[in-house]
Design a protein around this ligand. Structure first.
Ligand SMILES: Nc1ncnc2c1ncn2[C@@H]1O[C@H](COP(=O)(O)OP(=O)(O)OP(=O)(O)O)[C@@H](O)[C@H]1O
Ligand SMILES: [Mg+2]
Length: 306
């Protein structure tokens, strides 16, 4: 059975069409990545799954249960770490986790698991601290613990490592990997390409409310993620006519600033500069940089058949 099924999901916020008919399925046991630029609709999708936002049309199922019609069931099956920090400042970390467990009818028998969560998320020495006294990164860790307190079969994390320092990010990854090994289905959204690369099996890319790619990580990487780089060239005067050979590589042109996208294995920056020079353009400055996720989104959106 699929852990998650989304079928033709639409969502408007007033005039904003945040989800334009998204369909996908995540199988049980997958480690699934959901990527996309700001405003792509990732959180909207996750909030619909979590029952925090209502869809307009379409279906969202968790392990075969409809999130709107069978909310009580899906809430138990699902653990969602939302992107926004929401917390009750009057309780201690341990109290918050016990209260949360209580919602699911779990009592003291769950304390050992709470201890384990505290340990794994490096919160043990903060267990008695009030939430309002914690730093942002610590609050995020508490929210992660909260989402996991009932050992949900499907775990959905909306940018869990935003604002979390490098060391903790690493231990968080280890912990999420462990949950995955133990059979939990994991869905992760992140802005860090290396994070998706390190953790996920399949990756979906959302852009402006539409699914623009869904594939095995290796296939996406082979498609160019992380394999292209940018060459930014400044010329003394604006280049009017570009050499024919360079046209397919041009990504952007603003006055005398040209931006090329080069494929690492086959294109040479020197060849581009030479071609410009022999075409009469006087290069005054240039720089190369690695392609980032933003480039990948641009590339995929451009490539998408319409
Ligand atoms: N509560 C809301 N009211 C109105 N518009 C909203 C609301 N929530 C989201 N939107 C809009 O819906 C679109 C999708 O937003 P969403 O938060 O789902 O994007 P995202 O992919 O999670 O982005 P980010 O990477 O910044 O977290 C955006 O245009 C956003 O402005
Ligand atoms: Mg978001």
């Amino acid at each position: 059975m699929s852990a998650i099924v989304l079928d033709g999901l639409h969502k408007h916020y007033g005039p904003v069409h945040a989800l334009k008919g998204v369909s996908l399925a995540v199988e049980e046991g997958e480690f699934f990545g959901l990527l996309g630029p700001n405003g792509a609709g990732k959180s909207t999708l996750i909030n619909i799954l979590a029952g925090l936002t209502r869809r307009d049309t379409g279906r969202a199922l968790v392990l075969g249960h409809d999130v709107a019609r069978e909310y009580r069931v899906t809430r138990r099956l699902l653990g969602v770490v939302p992107q926004e920090l929401v917390f009750d400042p009057f309780f201690s970390v341990r109290e918050v986790l016990r209260i949360q467990a209580g919602y699911f009818g779990l009592g003291r028998e769950n304390d050992a698991w709470i201890d384990e969560l505290l340990e794994a998320l490096k919160l043990t020495d903060k267990a008695q601290a009030n939430l309002r006294t914690l730093s942002g990164g610590m609050k995020r860790r508490v929210m992660i613990a909260q989402a996991l307190v009932h050992k949900p079969r499907v775990v959905v994390l909306d940018e869990p490592t935003a604002g979390v320092d490098v060391e903790l990010r690493q231990s968080l990854w280890d912990f999420i990997r462990r949950l995955h090994r133990e059979g939990h289905t994991i869905v992760l959204t992140t802005h860090y390409l290396e994070e998706a690369e390190a953790l996920c099996g399949r990756i979906a890319i959302l852009n402006q409310g539409e699914l623009v790619a869904l594939d095995e990580k290796q296939a996406l990487l082979a498609h160019g993620i992380g394999r292209s780089r940018r060459l930014c060239v400044t010329t003394r005067a604006p280049v009017v006519a570009l050499p024919e050979a360079l046209k397919p590589r041009l990504r952007r042109q603003e006055g005398n600033r040209l931006e090329f996208e080069l494929v690492r294995e086959t294109d040479s920056a020197v060849a581009v500069l030479d071609a410009l020079r022999s075409h009469g353009a006087e290069v005054v400055d240039f720089a190369t940089e690695a392609a980032d996720l933003e480039d990948v989104f641009v590339e995929l959106t451009r490539r998408r058949p319409s």
